[in-house]
Design a binder for this molecule. Structure first.
Ligand SMILES: C[S@@+](CC[C@H](N)C(=O)[O-])C[C@H]1O[C@@H](n2cnc3c(N)ncnc32)[C@H](O)[C@@H]1O
Length: 189
């Protein structure tokens, strides 16, 4: 991102609240191998990684002109500030840790599918309606669905034909849901 001229602004930690944990107890491995000496020696140790409870979210912004300010940037590009109220609306503090647990509906379409609510929060944090959200690695299309729900325009790329189809189907369903919502609203008028 820096090579293309963007400036690193911040790193947000997404605290997933829960995460699968598969690190094996070393002593149990040796016990199964009947190496009791090693089992005793390595009691309290595990192989593998620590519980992966957070994911980093890197935040970049357009560079500002020499002598310019962040506030000038917002006027020039329409982005570069953060919407504090969005954090509060999603029950977060005004800080760079987001505590958000995935919902049951946030899985099953892609192995690294992100929670829809997380993507909506991030979009509302940094953009206003009508702006463009780009996801160059969109997978099952979570970011694009979030953008559609929030009246942002969106562009997505996906190299895997199956996920491309899944993302398109999700967007179709969302489009249909919104149309039905509008029809119901019109019928109630
Ligand atoms: C981490 S996943 C995205 C998951 C997504 N956030 C979701 O909620 O479903 C990244 C995706 O990028 C795709 N991908 C990897 N390299 C790509 C490339 N060069 N161009 C387009 N898509 C790519 C992979 O096929 C994968 O589905």
């Amino acid at each position: 991102m820096e090579d293309t001229g963007f400036i690193f602004k911040d790193m947000i930690a997404w605290d997933k609240v829960v995460a699968p944990y598969r690190a094996q107890h070393l002593s149990l491995i040796y016990e199964r191998r009947q190496n009791l000496l090693a089992s005793e020696q390595w009691e309290g140790w595990r192989v593998g990684n620590l519980r992966p409870l957070f994911e980093p979210i890197l935040w970049f912004m357009k560079p500002y002109r020499i002598g310019g300010t962040l506030a000038d940037n917002v006027l020039q590009y329409g982005t570069g500030a953060y919407h504090e109220q969005a954090l509060l609306d999603y029950g977060q503090g005004s800080n760079n840790i987001i505590h958000l647990q995935a919902h049951a509906n946030d899985s099953g379409l892609h192995p690294t599918q992100k929670p829809l609510k997380l993507m909506k929060l991030l979009i509302e944090l940094a953009s206003v309606p009508g702006q463009v959200v780009l996801d160059p690695f969109c997978g099952s299309g979570t970011t694009l669905v979030a953008a559609m729900q929030l009246n942002r325009r969106y562009v997505g790329f996906e190299s895997n034909q199956d996920y491309y189809q899944i993302a398109n189907d999700r967007l179709d369903r969302e489009r249909q849901r919104q149309r039905q919502g509008k029809l119901l609203f019109a019928a109630n008028e």
